[in-house]
Design a protein around this ligand. Structure first.
Ligand code: PMT
Length: 402
């Protein structure tokens, strides 16, 4: 699975750097193209000459090559990579990565990298067990990075415990398995809408709804995890995206969401419309706060554009369009009608009659109806897991078309 894969091997200042030479050799033997990026302290443990001889490429350590003045673009490197593997990763590099301290070429490349990141820590047992190291590893996990747990055994300090970098064979196996099974959406661009829209009445009031954005953001994370480039058009929400492959565009109203979505749609392979978009907006918006008069007040509403329906009209061969339906009655019939009217390939139905489904909660219970006929019920479970199931169905859709 590693044949032809572009891998950045990041090496930091740990005694386990000696194992990096063997790791590099194994990656090359598997057919990977490897670019070594080493930190200044990494060079104290292993010479770049050894590494460049094995990789067949000059080793990158600084932002510039001193004698030629050649600039090494961390951005280009980050885009080139199919995976970034940091082995060994010291506590210091892990801390810098967790907090975005880009004071060397390796951490700067990490921050620019859109590819999956694998981190193989190596350090003494107490350093590894320290609360700050564990906290930083948790942060890195929460950003979507994969930690290759260190092994337990005799350490360079002659103490015994957890902290030895995992063996090179095992690391290569982990990468191999990753490329074999994960990333079914690699190379695809996915457009997702999430959250509510706010339709202004005056400077302090709006028409909105209870959507938290949790379902849409979970979908964005799952798509990024599956290797896609994600554009996430989000209404006003407090959730935050984590994965670096997610490009977030914030909007407030349905019209803003419509414009942001249409600007992206041509370049999109999959569009997932999870937002709860207001169907109507006030016909006029007052510039000043409306005062209480004691009189009855009538708010005239005008229809908002139907974003999903417009995408359905513009859909070309090869694009997959997924909509959501939040229903309170006649659920399946209403969902099927929406799928038809908006020319969707899938509709994800959730009902407010089901406990643990719909707005705000961390779980959802959905039925995914495919235009092609299948109907899959996903029981109540965390929105992250529901999202992963939906992504698998979309990936299956493409696999069947290929
Ligand atoms: O954000 P959470 O709190 O996690 O809640 C998740 C959710 C309940 C919002 C989500 O699971 C969901 O069901 N989203 C769609 C809710 C909805 O408003 O559906 P609808 O039946 O009104 O719209 C049908 C489809 O058309 C949806 O894909 C919607 O995004 C789209 N639509 C609707 C109106 C409009 N003007 N433009 C649209 O694109």
């Amino acid at each position: 699975m590693l044949k032809g894969k572009h891998i950045i091997l990041g090496i930091t200042g740990s005694i386990a750097a000696y194992k990096a030479a063997y790791l590099l050799r194994l990656l090359i033997k598997q057919g990977a193209e490897v670019q070594v990026v080493i930190t200044p302290s990494g060079k104290e443990f292993i010479t770049p000459v050894t590494l460049s001889s094995l990789s067949g490429k000059p080793v990158i350590s600084e932002f510039f090559t001193a004698n030629t003045g050649e600039w090494h673009s961390h951005v280009d490197l980050g885009l080139w990579a199919d995976a970034l593997l940091i082995a060994p990763a010291t506590a210091s590099t892990i801390g810098k990565m967790a907090h975005g301290i880009a004071d060397n070429m390796l951490v700067t490349t990490y921050l620019s990298c859109k590819a999956p990141v694998f981190i193989a820590p190596a350090m003494d047992l107490d350093m590894y067990a320290h609360a700050s190291t564990q906290h930083n590893l948790d942060l890195l996990r929460s950003y979507g990075n994969r930690i290759i747990e260190p092994a337990t055994g005799e350490l360079a300090s002659h103490l015994t415990g957890k902290g030895r970098m995992e063996e090179p064979e095992k690391i290569v196996e982990i990468l191999d398995r990753f490329f074999e099974t994960a990333q079914p959406l690699r190379g695809k661009r996915v457009l997702i809408t999430a959250g509510p829209t706010y339709e202004k009445i005056d400077p302090v009031r709006f028409i909105g709804n209870y959507s938290s954005g949790k379902m849409g953001f979970a979908l964005a994370e799952a798509c990024a995890e599956a290797g896609a480039e994600v554009v996430l058009v989000a209404g006003p929400v407090s959730v935050k995206e984590k994965h670096t492959a997610i490009h977030r565009v914030d909007v407030e109203s349905a019209v803003e969401m419509y414009n942001a979505v249409l600007a992206e749609y041509d370049r999109t392979d999959v569009a997932i419309m999870c937002a709860a978009v207001a169907d109507y907006a006030p016909e006029t918006v007052s510039d000043v706060k409306l005062k209480r008069t004691g009189e009855e007040r009538v708010l005239r509403l005008k229809p908002n554009p139907d974003i999903a329906a417009e995408l359905g009209r513009r859909k070309r061969a090869g694009q997959c369009l997924v909509g959501f339906a939040l229903e309170t009655n006649d659920e399946e019939a209403n969902a099927r009608l929406k799928m038809e009217k908006k020319n969707l390939d899938f509709i994800v139905l959730n009902s407010l009659r089901d406990a643990g489904a719909g707005f705000r909660c961390d779980t959802n219970k959905v039925t995914v109806i495919a235009r092609e006929g299948s109907e899959v019920e996903i029981p109540c479970k965390p929105k992250t897991e529901v999202a992963a199931d939906i992504v698998n169905m979309v990936a299956g859709y493409f696999a069947n078309k290929d």
